[in-house]
Design a protein around this ligand. Structure first.
Ligand code: PLP
Ligand code: COI
Length: 360
């Protein structure tokens, strides 16, 4: 099968560019730019017809295999205008590598990661004026892939679509760096080992929604998921990984196959170590955190994610036990690591690992 390159991308610019939104009221994932990237795959041709076209509805059969059986995966990353006025991404190669790991698990075809990144870069250059520049804003990038067969049998689709859409966005949580309240879920589970927890599979999120609704009913922003076997060990939060600062050390659940290997998680582990901090990736029981809270050694809790960035946690509650973290205030280290991470993303501070990716 022929290898695609940038000159194969057909470009059809919109004749009706939309008005740019007010950057102060973006919210998350509600507004979309003028263009999107699409390409198709089938068993005979491999990937074909890469194109950048006007953002708009897709025409899909009601018998679309992925609507019925959930053969659908996605990624999330962000584009910024850096301090030199250039377009920048943060470790985008990691997102396409993870998309391919998700694809393998969901029996979807592999992408040429370099070509997918090139396609994204071309799309970003076309929609550059949509990248917001107000503090705390960015252009959220959503690549996704799904089975496109018109067929009701349960099988891996023989036709697949890969699409990238772009959404100028503000903070994922309304309060930005204000601490969130998290509900510890001990009834439902999100994922089990051997399942699809490590993949960014659409169905993982579908299965989490009832827990999310329950959290919201109690006045909590998100769910803290426990392991799917004993419901004893901490896994992750609805849309982010989690870190606990206990007695001066940073603890985060080890990757075990059911947790999403967050790119922000990996970045924060590397930055913490670079800053001389001690990080432990291991099993952490919820009881251990309750004990740390009771004996006064639980100092800070924060979530990490592309959409969530660094999101401090001010309270944990499981329906019985309530833990207030750092008096419900944003911790010093949460602030420091937020500044360091967003500083690298915007090209403002030292980038010891070369993560700032310029789009030229
Ligand atoms: N865990 C879940 C369930 C997520 O949806 C996300 C967001 O992508 C993360 C963790 C954090 O991953 P990343 O840092 O790669 O965005
Ligand atoms: C992200 O952080 O990119 C996510 O995918 C989280 C969420 C919006 C599902």
């Amino acid at each position: 099968m022929a290898k695609l390159n940038v000159t194969d991308i057909k470009i059809e610019l919109t004749k009706n560019p939309k008005e740019k939104p007010n950057q102060e009221a973006l919210g998350f994932g509600k507004i979309f730019t003028d263009h999107m990237f699409i390409m198709d795959w089938n068993e005979e041709q491999g990937w074909y017809d890469p194109r950048i076209v006007e953002f708009g509805n897709l025409s899909l059969s009601p018998a679309l295999i992925s609507l019925h059986y959930g053969q659908s995966i996605f990624e999330g990353m962000k584009a910024y205008i850096n301090t030199n006025g250039d377009i920048a991404l943060f470790r985008p190669e990691e997102n396409f590598a993870r998309l391919n790991r998700s694809a393998e698990r969901l029996a979807l075809p592999q992408l040429d990661e370099k070509f997918a990144l090139t396609a994204l870069e071309e799309l970003l250059k076309i929609d550059k004026d949509w990248i917001p520049t107000e503090e705390g804003t960015s252009l959220y990038v959503r690549p996704f892939m799904f089975g496109a067969d018109e067929f009701l049998g349960v099988k891996a689709s023989s036709n697949v679509k890969f699409v990238i859409i772009l959404s100028p966005s503000g903070a994922y949580f309304k309060g930005g760096l204000q601490p969130n309240k998290i509900f510890v879920e001990d009834e439902y589970v999100r994922a089990v080992r051997g399942g699809t927890g490590f993949a960014k599979a659409a169905g993982n999120y579908a299965g989490s929604l009832l827990g999310q609704k329950k959290a919201e009913k109690f006045g909590y922003a998100q769910t803290l998921w426990l392991d799917g076997v004993e419901q004893k060990y901490i896994e992750e939060v609805g849309a982010m990984n989690i870190f606990f600062k206990v007695d001066g050390k940073y603890l985060t659940p080890e990757l075990n196959g059911s947790i999403l290997p967050g790119i922000t998680r990996d970045s924060i582990i590397k930055l913490l170590k670079h800053n001389g901090e001690i990080v432990e990736e291991r099993k952490i029981s919820i009881e251990e955190i309750y004990e740390a809270a009771d004996n006064g050694t639980l100092e800070e809790v924060f979530g990490t994610g592309t959409a969530a960035v660094i999101s401090p946690v001010g309270e944990l509650f499981d329906g019985k036990k309530k833990v207030i973290v750092n008096n419900g205030e944003t911790g010093e280290y949460s602030k420091k690591i937020y500044e360091q991470l967003t500083g690298i993303q915007l090209g403002k501070v030292e980038d010891p690992f070369n993560w700032h990716h310029l789009v030229k």
